[in-house]
Design a protein around this ligand. Structure first.
Ligand code: NAP
Length: 442
């Protein structure tokens, strides 16, 4: 889902307003491709993306520009100071199994040729990629049992280093935004690729996002799906008139923790709904003031928590709820919201929504809507999307730094170990353990 719309959505997603900051002068001695790139580079480098110590840039600047090889000499792999092999490993789902569980999927490590960047694309050596619910939810059910969907490349987002780019004119634009050696977060735009790969190609303008220089690149693995959604939830709530407080379910998730920190800075109260007592402690440790536990193991009535939620909704004036759980939770939330209140379904951790009382919709004018990151980014067309992207990317990039609002808590694994690890986490508790696949051998 996030996959499909990304290219269009992010087409105007230029990374930072700070992209026009001044930088050290670059050589401009001739009009060859590499020199032209150098001439243009000062216009767009930001202090966040310029890597004076990068072996890629040092090699690029130190190499003779006119070395007798003509235009074809544009050997970016050489410029990156590293050899790019012909083949790579990646993870694929080869079968959805019986189509009912993550455990039942068949997942393999596949060896394939490294993709060549087309004009306008960059080749990224992947350092790490997270395993999100939107990833594993699709391994066994999203594309159905059709054999043509398999082997299915896995993973939506990740992070790594630009090692090469394609084309001549396209190479200029790529090198303006993401010069070789730049550490980037990336979003997969080509359904034939997945982020759980040693290398990926993405469009330099729409799929690659320069990351802050002072953050280890592996810590930027979850730079997109969750942080941008947190920004989108706060914005959506405000525009729907719930700027004082919102209800959030599965609230100890990585996204929920980000949302708490972001909302504190934005002056918005979060009424957190979680399913385990220990999740209350985790959230209170972050400073959350309102946490409701649905199953504290003490009440005979499994819906006793609803009285507490109703009271909080009334006292804090919340009119929107964002529900990652679905299942029975959706009906419970609609029941607890005030007349004209809105429940946004944005995750399906407990499957299809149940228990919706039509009277809530008919007479109390409550609404059930969906929230999707890509739809939020696109809302209002390009004129609204560009400033939204710029604001969101600046908010997110600053929040990735140590102590920042959108840091994730990772549990590392390898390509070979990823399937067993995610099955184990889903069978126990995944809170505070975002699975991160490392491709750098660390
Ligand atoms: N619509 C969009 O555009 C969009 C974008 C981004 C994320 N999302 C959604 O946001 C949610 C959070 O993502 P994340 O990456 O932050 O997840 P995460 O870190 O993996 O955390 C998932 C959380 O949900 C809890 N949980 C799982 N099943 C549950 C259930 N049946 N009832 C109550 N709680 C349950 C887990 O608790 P335990 O520890 O007890 O298992 C854990 O705290 C996901 O549903 C994801 O699909 C949607």
């Amino acid at each position: 889902m996030v996959h499909r719309g990304i290219a269009l959505i992010l087409a105007m997603g230029l990374n930072k307003a700070s992209a026009f900051a001044s930088i050290p002068p670059q050589p401009t001695s001739s009009s060859c491709h590499r020199c032209l790139t150098s001439m243009l580079r000062p216009i767009v480098y930001s202090t966040d993306v310029y890597h004076p110590s990068s072996p890629g840039l040092m090699n690029m600047n130190n190499e003779p520009h006119h070395d007798g090889k003509g235009r074809k000499e544009y050997d970016t792999a050489k410029m990156a100071g590293e050899t790019i092999p012909g083949e790579m490993k990646r993870l694929v789902v080869t079968s959805p199994g019986n189509g009912t569980s993550v455990a039942d999927c068949i997942i393999k490590v596949q060896t394939v040729p490294i993709p060549s960047p087309k004009p306008g694309e960059v080749l990224i050596r992947v350092v790490a990629a997270p395993v999100n619910p939107s990833d594993y939810g699709g391994w066994y059910k999203s594309r159905g049992p059709s054999s043509s969907s398999y082997p299915m490349p896995m993973g939506i987002e990740g992070c790594g280093t630009v090692v090469s780019y394609g084309g001549f004119l396209g190479g200029i634009t790529s090198s303006l935004r993401c010069p070789v050696g730049t550490n980037v977060g990336f979003v997969i735009t080509d359904p034939a690729q997945g982020s759980y790969s040693e290398y990926v190609t993405v469009n330099a303008m729409t799929g690659a996002f320069p990351m802050p220089e002072d953050v280890p690149i592996e810590d930027c693995a979850s730079f997109f799906v969750n942080p941008y959604t947190a920004v989108g939830i706060v914005d959506t709530a405000r525009r729907a008139g719930s700027s004082k407080a919102i209800v959030h379910t599965a609230a100890a998730s990585q996204l929920g923790q980000m949302l708490n920190r972001l909302a504190m800075a934005e002056g918005m109260e979060i009424i957190n709904v979680v399913r385990r007592a220990e999740q209350r402690e985790a959230l209170e440790g972050l400073g959350a003031k309102h946490v409701i536990v649905t199953d504290d193991g003490q009440d005979d009535d499994p819906t006793a928590w609803k009285a507490e939620l109703r009271a909080k909704v009334r006292d804090l004036g919340a009119t929107c709820a964002f529900d990652a759980v679905s299942g029975d939770m959706t009906g419970h939330l609609l029941d607890c919201m005030p007349g004209r209140g809105i429940v946004y379904a944005y995750g399906v951790l407990a499957g299809k929504a149940n228990g919706i009382d039509p009277l809530d919709l008919i007479y109390r004018r409550k609404e059930l809507r969906g929230f999707l990151l890509t739809a939020w980014l696109r809302e209002g067309g390009p004129m609204r999307m560009i400033p939204r992207m710029l604001t969101a990317s600046s908010t997110v990039n600053s929040g990735l730094k140590v102590g920042g609002w959108c840091r994730s808590q990772f549990t590392d694994t390898t390509m070979e170990g990823a399937h067993a690890e995610i099955v184990k986490l889903l069978g126990s508790s995944i809170t505070g353990k975002k699975l991160r696949i490392r491709f750098d051998g660390k």
